[in-house]
Design a protein around this ligand. Structure first.
Ligand SMILES: Cc1cc2nc3c(=O)[nH]c(=O)nc-3n(C[C@H](O)[C@H](O)[C@H](O)COP(=O)(O)O)c2cc1C
Length: 230
């Protein structure tokens, strides 16, 4: 009798565990499905490029150290003029002692949603080449490439990757002790995705994937055309 009860108990625990795992999987899948809702490109591009978007709905869950380092690793491999690698990153993990000093740089609108990020990153770049100490004309361009690598890597891992310019650049320089010779480029919120209902109503309405200008407004063959100035 005792043994039979034990078997039933074990079976119930097993069923409960399976239901939890399947439920969790379905929830994750439905968030992912929301994320890949179709954007249409005029010409075929990699699916990952269309999947990336700037969601604000994050769960507040932390990343593992390995997940976070993988994002920085993606930045490392970006191309740069003279392979100078001018990008640098100052980061804070949610609930760490450093979190508030970066989080408090944000404008109130960005605080509303970025509070649920797992990590915040301040992206800066070295203005001069290391090899000759001459000004680098492309340090921001190179660092933009590093951010793009991070965004695509994070997207491929199912993470929210949201760049931010709404923060106090001057305060960032002072609080984070960023010396002259480095440009503060932008911030980045990284987090695990969540349903849009975690956001205040006004932000839920913004959880839509934006479109893009037509390609014809972006390119001109041979020399500048008025259409590029639109
Ligand atoms: C450098 C940069 C700064 C941005 N700053 C903010 C910001 O301060 N707050 C915000 O909510 N979104 C910000 N965004 C997100 C943009 O609004 C978003 O990338 C743009 O609307 C295109 O949408 P998508 O990223 O979903 O394709 C920023 C994006 C970039 C690349």
């Amino acid at each position: 009798m005792q043994q039979r009860r034990q078997i039933i108990n074990n079976r119930n625990i097993l069923i409960f565990t399976i239901i939890m795992i399947v439920g969790w999987g379905l929830m994750r899948a439905s968030i992912n499905k929301e994320q890949v809702a179709k954007r249409k490109s005029g010409y075929p591009v990699m699916e990952l490029i269309l999947q990336r978007w700037s969601s604000r709905a994050m769960s507040g869950e932390l990343l593992t150290n390995s997940e976070l380092m993988t994002i920085f690793e993606a930045a490392r491999w970006a191309p740069s003029s003279y392979n100078n690698q001018p990008w640098r990153f100052i980061y804070a993990i949610k609930n760490s002692p450093e979190w508030n000093s970066i989080f408090n740089l944000l404008v109130p609108f960005n605080k509303l949603w970025a509070k649920n990020a797992a990590a915040l990153v301040v992206i800066i770049s070295a203005n001069k080449f290391t090899h000759n100490n001459e000004p680098s004309p492309t340090h921001s361009f190179d660092t933009g490439a590093a951010w793009a690598n991070m965004a695509l890597q994070g997207t491929s891992m199912g993470l929210v990757m949201h760049a931010i310019e709404g923060f106090d650049y001057q305060k960032a320089r002072e609080e984070l002790k960023i010396p002259d010779g480095f440009t503060i480029e932008a911030m980045l919120a990284i987090g695990k995705p969540a349903r849009k209902e975690v956001l205040p109503l006004e932000l839920q309405e913004k959880e839509v994937r934006s479109g893009r200008r037509p390609i014809t407004e972006l390119i001109a063959e041979g020399s500048f055309e008025d259409k590029l100035a639109q």
